[in-house]
Write a new protein. Structure first.
Length: 202
């Protein structure tokens, strides 16, 4: 995907780029005077907040629990689509797209490429955003890209029992692991041949 270039003056020849600012580390529980802090164990509304959180009554540390971001791709080689049979729960033995939880300090596209490698030893070129699914029931956001395999050579990563390239008519529809897999596959098919489109969303 193309991104707008930031309007910054070029660096002089030989100059080093300034280091990227790092996000501040979250506060950690502090030991109590005369003893160790036990840690977050009470649910209450912290000062300055409006929601109940898990916190430590000794030091005031708040253990925030925020939604998780899942990143992945509908990756193709020609007309065939890469699917992975899960070797882990939930839905062990069922087929899914290469996808998983985003890691720290990576973009969503980088995460999608990493997941393709970890689950199917697949090298992919991420194309464009295909779908963005908000799933408040399970406190997750799924970010799925359209991508192309750089090679048809694939093999199982540690989280996969099997990996395969499926034509549309051969996809094991009754054995798909999650509803989002089916949604993304149909969104991908509906956008075949298109280079510019709005991503699907729920």
């Amino acid at each position: 995907m193309e991104e707008e270039a930031e309007n910054k003056p070029p660096l002089a020849a030989g100059a080093l780029s300034p280091p990227s600012p790092q996000p501040p580390s979250p506060p950690q529980p502090q030991p109590m005077q005369g003893g160790a802090c036990v840690g977050p164990r009470v649910r209450a509304v912290p000062p300055g907040d409006e929601r109940e959180r898990l916190l430590c009554p000794d030091c005031g540390y708040v253990a925030y629990k925020n939604p998780l971001i899942v990143v992945g791709s509908v990756a193709t080689w020609g007309d065939n689509i890469l699917l992975c049979r899960r070797a882990i729960e939930p839905q062990r033995g069922y087929w899914t797209l290469p996808a998983g939880f985003m890691e720290e300090r990576e973009t969503t596209a980088e995460g999608a490429a990493r997941e393709a490698w970890e689950e199917a030893r697949a090298r992919i070129a991420v194309n464009c955003l295909l779908a963005l699914y908000d799933l408040p029931r399970i406190s997750q956001v799924h970010v799925l890209y359209r991508a192309e395999l750089l090679s048809p050579v694939i093999s199982c990563g540690p989280e996969s029992q099997d990996v395969a390239l499926f034509g549309w008519g051969d996809i094991p529809w009754s054995e798909l692991a999650f509803p989002t897999v089916r949604w993304a596959l149909f969104e991908h098919r509906a956008r075949r041949g298109l280079t510019h489109f709005a991503p699907a969303a729920i």
